[in-house]
Write a protein that binds this ligand. Structure first.
Ligand code: UD1
Length: 418
């Protein structure tokens, strides 16, 4: 079993280009099934979730070539329409293959992606969207969908990121015009629109709450560079807020981070946002200040994925911060681990009260989930002494070499086989 050894107390210093976004590349990889020829993706992060998506594409008959952070997917010979239970379980967002499979083959047979570490993750909105596009959905020891998608109106009762993407992908490969109402507005959805339009699709409105898709166009192959990962950036900025120092991040758009930057600024960090980089400075000699309330919300609100890393930074601060998690049920699992490091945090339902303290101390902790893992690494860098962090399989789903990123910024972090 691999573990990360993290010695806290050294300020972070330096510059880094943030790798491509997991939440962008996963739907884009699924969308490759809609292309009429090979697609090359650049800035494709090396993550275990990406490996899982590539395994599904291979299983469906796609040719895959990987060279560093460039991946070519050739869907020309793809013929399969079923994803096995094992593959569905290997990655929580495997449900994103539903729309493209249906659009390509008129059939899709999947199993439930299952509950996950964030609590139950329903797919009712995905299935309602597929039905609204004229396809039949049967749920019988799995999900079985048939029919060529036709245009229609998809009304989402809440702005689900995955359901918006599935509806877009299904509609692009169908006939007629589709309108998605109450669409999620996350930047990764805009990235998906740019990718699809680059292959010849006509999708408009992503980034806003109404997305329009003109179906029935034959897509060609092409090349695309995936956007930078705003959540990886938020984690690194939180690590610098916890440890002190100055870091400059390139490859992400600061506008996608504005709510996170605003909280870190209120906590006493100095933030500089430019078109080419985001820079954060925290004087380690001065304590962070608590902020009144951090409430997660769909984009452009404060991202649920950044809640744990920002909490890790504010665990050592002056005053009390209230966190309200509105997106997922079980998103405070990092709290028990932060407490092992001396944090004073109490939770009740969707609320967590962080009573800031002077400093956390190193401990043996386990990543409870992906972002909780990033949060513990951030906390450890600001803590006194050594932290041994296990559960790295969670972290590897969404951070490409977190230990390498942090040590390149001057953090005393190494991964070892225990
Ligand atoms: C995506 C992100 C994830 C992020 C989340 C919220 C990817 C691969 N993952 O997940 O990192 O934390 O957005 O920003 O992009 N819901 C339903 N029924 C459904 C679908 C969702 O009730 O059919 C609910 C969920 O339980 C949750 C809320 O909608 O409470 C938002 O979920 P959603 O936006 O769908 O998240 P994901 O796409 O799974």
């Amino acid at each position: 079993m691999s573990v990360m050894y993290i010695r806290g107390g050294t300020p972070l210093e330096g510059e880094l280009t943030v790798h491509g976004a997991k939440n962008s590349v996963l739907p884009i990889l699924a969308a490759c099934l809609l292309a009429g020829g090979p697609v090359t993706l650049h800035n494709c992060p090396r993550l275990t979730d990406v490996d899982a998506a590539l395994a599904i594409l291979r299983h469906l008959g796609c040719g895959i070539r990987q060279e560093g952070r460039s991946v070519t997917v050739d869907p020309t010979e793809a013929a399969g329409s079923a994803v096995s239970e094992e593959q569905m379980r290997s990655m929580r967002s495997s449900i994103i293959f539903l729309g493209p499979l249906l659009a390509r083959t008129g059939e899709a047979h999947l199993t439930y992606p299952g509950g996950c570490e964030l609590g139950p993750r329903p797919i009712d909105l995905h299935l309602a969207a597929i039905r609204a596009l004229g396809c039949q959905v049967t749920e019988d020891r799995g999900i079985h969908c048939t029919g060529k998608p036709k245009g229609g109106e998809v009304q989402l009762s809440l702005p689900s990121v995955g359901a918006t993407e599935n509806a877009m992908l299904c509609a692009v490969g169908g006939t007629g015009t589709t309108t998605i109402v109450n669409a999620a507005r996350e930047p990764e959805i805009y990235d998906l629109q740019c990718f699809l339009n680059g292959l010849g699709a006509r999708v408009r409105g992503a980034g806003g709450s109404t997305v329009t898709v003109e179906g029935g166009l034959l897509l060609h192959g092409g090349e695309y560079t995936v956007m930078g990962d705003r959540i990886v950036a938020a984690t690194l900025l939180s690590a610098c807020a916890a440890a002190g120092g100055r870091i400059r991040l390139r490859g992400v758009d600061w506008r996608h981070l504005s709510t996170v930057l605003s909280v870190l600024h209120q906590a006493g960090c100095r933030v500089q946002s430019r078109s080419e980089y985001v820079e954060l400075f925290r004087d380690r000699a001065k304590p962070l200040r608590a902020v009144p309330t951090v409430r997660t919300a769909p984009y452009p609100g404060f991202p649920t994925d950044a809640q744990a890393p920002v909490m890790a930074a504010l665990a050592a601060s002056e005053g009390c911060t209230l966190f309200v998690e509105t997106m997922f049920d079980s998103r405070y699992r990092h709290v028990a681990e932060l407490r092992r490091m001396g944090a004073d945090i109490t939770t009740e339902g969707r609320v967590a009260l962080v009573r800031g303290m002077e400093r956390l101390h190193g401990a043996n902790v386990e990543a409870p989930d992906l972002r909780g893992g990033g949060a513990l690494a951030a906390a450890a860098l600001g803590a006194e002494g050594v932290t041994v962090l296990s559960g790295l399989h969670h972290i590897d789903r969404g951070y490409e070499g977190l230990e390498t990123m942090l040590s390149s910024l001057g953090g005393a972090v190494s991964r070892r086989d225990d």
